[in-house]
Ligand binder design. Sequence first.
Ligand SMILES: Cc1ncnc2c1ncn2[C@@H]1O[C@H](/C=C/CNC(=O)c2cc(-c3ccc(F)cc3)cc(O)c2O)C[C@H]1O
Ligand SMILES: [Mg+2]
Length: 214
Amino acid sequence: TRISRPERILAYVKKHAVPGDAESVANAIDAYCSGVEWAMNIGIDKGKILDRVVSETDPDTVLELGTYCGYSTVRIGKLLRPEARLITIEMNPDYAKVAKQIIALAGLDSKVEILVGSSSELIPQLKKKLDIKTLDLVFIDHWKECYLPDTRCLEESGLLHKGTVLLADNVVCPGAPEYVKYIRNSSRYRSEYFSSRLEYLQVEDGLEKSVFLG
Ligand SMILES: Cc1ncnc2c1ncn2[C@@H]1O[C@H](/C=C/CNC(=O)c2cc(-c3ccc(F)cc3)cc(O)c2O)C[C@H]1O
Ligand SMILES: [Mg+2]
């Protein structure tokens, strides 16, 4: 069988990116997905909103749900302070294998830890296994029907503090209606919608930023 789309992306990044240069890795993935074949990375337009939220939050500890090829992992990782940590959870071992190489190529492996498994199983273990107290930023970009149950799990695991930022991709396309309904109606969050476009296309999509109020 042909190599997978993530492996085709990895091959292109190996050929076109500069090792240790995270920006060139993200640019190579964007060039491939704009010019050769679409992939479900957050992309350039929503990526700029992600960059702004990460920079404004200036987090010590970040959790990402849904690594895929590691594109947003690299975009976030390159903005973090040296002592900050980014934990990213990916249930598909083949995707995790590609992401690990892309993150290493970007020179970010010292800041990033990839956990292979289901978020619903791993979130309750984060405090014990990874000595994490609380999370400053959570980027949510995995299966859309998992956004809400995992957010509830983060709350119940005591991983959110007053001011923790949740940033969810695809709240318009493909959409995460249960998550949006919950988070916008909850008195425990202050939410804001950032309108943008679906990665590499002219379709509307956007990000929902929600600050946990404790
Ligand atoms: C529960 C759980 N735990 C750990 N990893 C998990 C997990 N659920 C999915 N994952 C992992 O995240 C990744 C999944 C992401 C799901 N993202 C999507 O389905 C997705 C889909 C689109 C899209 C838009 C328009 C279209 F016409 C077609 C597709 C765009 C996007 O930005 C997306 O993130 C890979 C998967 O292995
Ligand atoms: Mg997405």
